[in-house]
Write a protein that binds this ligand. Structure first.
Ligand SMILES: O=P(O)(O)O[C@H]1[C@H](OP(=O)(O)O)[C@@H](OP(=O)(O)O)[C@H](O)[C@@H](O)[C@H]1OP(=O)(O)O
Length: 446
């Protein structure tokens, strides 16, 4: 078990490379703990009848792209750094470079545990829905993205349930559905205008060339005693990622973290030059412009998933009115890039001022903070309850109840939620939104 001193002070800033435990710190002491009052029905006369869970895969290795950057950083530090402090000596003498390119984003053992434990907690939270009986009655469905880390995650989730229920193999199945869980790959407009368009992330590029980032590079160069122009933003980021990966994968507070640790962090925060918060912002800029509010197509590419979720809720609500709810649970596993567009489409974590390269100093209290929203095994839950006055819907992010944007009731009537999203429900057509603009179609045809 980790003690507080083995948790890097900067772990809450790791963004999409952060541990789930950082957003739910009570899990550090008891990974199976469930806050019963947070997940209990909204009123005594309510009973849960349907649940849709959208889950990000668990802790994973770095992608090949980032493993290459880690190797470059290691080479520079080993050949050029001349500082004489303990931190550098630990890196040079005690830290073996163990990342290889074939690890490419695969799920790690801790990642399997993330999903096994989440499965147990969700079963404890919603015992009448996520139950052996529901499973045996074929009222539970498992859907995943085709990526190895997601398939391995859904299998770990199923293992967690079996162990919790104390039963042997029950012939769990899962369905791969990339149209739903990797909609971004199939949305031509997104691929053309964001993924393959160098200018789509220009704010990220500009921020990498900003004064803040420049200062961050200079500070790291001076810490290592390396000529300042030899430390690039990519290398500083590699050190940040290394600290986060070592911690998430191996639960180690590695010497790379000490390199980033600034005892005078508070003062630097005031100056906007704290290494960690600058790097956190850089990552949030990527998420914002690639998966969030930055470009409309980011959000709209998730229309297909949005409709699928409401189709399931509608079906449950229809069944409820005319008999018994047949399907009880859908568990869907995907990526950060599955969850963030959907959250943005639904209006969560929207800041009045867009995140840009130049307004970092005024974004300290921004809502769009990926560390809080999409750590490994992040999850969105839509839970439908039957209550005396009708069906009600509750939304949870990372097992904590959240209100829908502009609806104050924590568990509004399902009809109210449908009404709130009526424009999206009546439109938001994936095919239409994802069509290439006419001129682009011509270009590709030529
Ligand atoms: O910066 P990396 O290479 O880790 O980016 C990954 C994505 O990770 P994220 O930016 O969310 O931290 C990864 O998302 P995940 O939820 O599956 O971890 C994504 O699938 C992958 O394509 C990488 O994106 P990129 O296009 O290389 O930036």
């Amino acid at each position: 078990k980790l003690t507080n001193s083995s948790i890097p002070a900067i772990a809450v800033y790791f963004g999409t490379k952060g541990r789930y435990e950082e957003v739910n710190p009570h899990l550090i002491d008891d990974i199976l703990f469930v806050n019963k009052s947070a997940v209990s029905p909204p009123a005594a006369d309510c009973r849960s009848v349907h649940l849709v869970a959208l889950i990000r895969h668990g802790t994973r290795f770095p992608t090949t792209k980032n493993i290459k950057k880690i190797h470059r950083l290691y080479d520079v530090v080993m050949t050029e750094a001349s500082a004489t402090d303990q931190c550098l000596s630990d890196i040079k003498n005690k830290w073996p470079l163990w990342y290889t390119e074939d690890m490419d984003g695969k799920l790690v053992e801790k990642g399997k545990d993330d999903l096994r434990h989440l499965a147990v907690r969700l079963s404890k939270s919603f015992p009448s829905l996520i139950s052996e009986e529901t499973l045996r009655g074929e009222r539970m469905e498992f859907i995943t993205s085709s990526k190895h880390r997601c398939v391995d995650s859904i299998q770990a989730f199923q293992e967690g349930l079996l162990k919790h229920w104390g039963v042997g193999d029950v012939g769990f199945r899962h369905y791969v559905n990339d149209s739903l869980m990797r909609f971004f790959d199939q949305c031509k407009r997104f691929v053309e205008s964001i993924e393959n368009n160098k200018t789509a992330l220009k704010e990220v590029k500009l921020f990498k060339a900003s004064l803040e980032m420049d200062e961050v590079c200079r500070r790291m160069a001076s810490r290592l005693q390396i000529p300042p122009n030899h430390i690039t933003p990519d290398l500083v980021e590699a050190a940040f990622f290394l600290c986060s990966y070592e911690f998430a994968i191996k639960s180690r507070n590695s010497p790379w973290c000490n390199l980033l640790d600034e005892s005078d962090a508070q003062a630097w925060i005031l100056n906007s030059y704290c290494l960690t918060i600058v790097l956190e912002y850089k990552n949030d800029l990527k998420q914002y412009w690639k998966r969030g509010y930055g470009h409309e197509i980011n959000r709209k590419s998730s229309c297909v998933l949005f409709h699928d979720i409401f189709k399931r809720l509608d079906q449950a609500s229809y069944d409820y009115r005319f008999g018994e709810v047949t399907k009880a649970v859908t568990i869907q596993v995907g990526h950060g890039e599955t969850l963030l567009p959907l959250l943005s489409l639904m209006g969560f974590f929207r800041d009045e001022t867009p995140l840009t390269a130049t307004n970092f100093p005024m974004q300290h209290s921004r809502k769009f903070r990926s560390s809080q929203i999409v750590p490994y095994s992040a999850n969105l839950l839509f839970v439908l309850y039957e209550c005396t006055d009708g069906l009600r819907l509750q939304f949870f992010l990372n097992e904590k109840p959240m209100t829908f944007p502009n609806i104050s009731d924590p568990a509004p009537l399902y009809a109210t939620v449908r009404n709130h999203y009526s424009d999206l429900l009546g439109g938001c057509d994936f095919e239409k939104e994802c069509e290439l603009p006419k001129d682009k179609v011509k270009n590709t045809e030529l």
